[in-house]
Design a protein around this ligand. Structure first.
Ligand SMILES: [Fe+2]
Ligand SMILES: [Fe+2]
Length: 189
């Protein structure tokens, strides 16, 4: 579930609270009248935030409790972002055969194959409990670094693959694309 924490400050977040039913039409009118505005912008903004947050939790190694909390929170958000891409955003590009289909397939595979998460979680658990050896601590930090490195490569590849085709959708394709979005993402993208 996306939270207001994931949204650019420029969006009118109060729309998301208590206006169910009315915001969708209002947001739709705004976006459909100027379809290029905001198409990929919010998604790129979310990616940039992930880049910053991922780098930030690497810096927390001296405080395992904080690092574990930051990692868990981050990974949960990333999972719902990936699910959105698989079931809505990328699904449109696959169904419509727009963009590099092989790369889209590879990106979806990467979503299902995020490495090391359970090992990182176990390692951090041990660090929090104070029972990790120095070697184990170092191994956990290496795995976190690998996770972040994979993530950065994934975000870069997604942006190279999707941003161009997304911005070049015809108004007709854009309408179809919007029909793939659930209400939350309908508002954002
Ligand atoms: Fe992704
Ligand atoms: Fe993404």
């Amino acid at each position: 579930m996306t939270t207001s924490d994931d949204l650019p400050a420029s969006l009118t977040v109060p729309y998301l609270v208590g206006k169910a039913g009315s915001y969708k039409d209002e947001a739709a009118t705004a976006v459909v009248e100027d379809p290029k505005e905001g198409r990929a912008k919010n998604w790129l903004w979310v990616h940039d935030r992930y880049r910053t947050q991922a780098t930030a939790f690497l810096d927390l190694k001296e405080d395992p409790s904080k690092q574990m909390a930051a990692f868990a929170k981050f990974h949960k958000k990333l999972e719902s972002h990936s699910e959105f891409e698989d079931t809505q955003l990328f699904k449109f590009f696959v169904d419509a055969k727009i963009g590099n289909q092989d790369t889209l397939e590879e990106l979806q595979k990467q979503h299902g194959n995020i490495r090391l998460v359970s090992e990182i979680t176990e390692g951090l658990d041990k660090m929090v409990a104070g029972s990790a050896s120095d070697e184990e601590k170092a191994a956990t930090q290496e795995k976190l670094e690998a996770y972040v490195k994979d993530l950065m490569a994934h975000l870069d590849l997604e942006e190279k693959t999707i941003t161009g085709p997304w911005m070049q959708l015809t108004p007709e394709q854009y309408k179809t694309y919007r029909s793939y979005l659930s209400w939350m993402y309908w508002f954002m993208y």
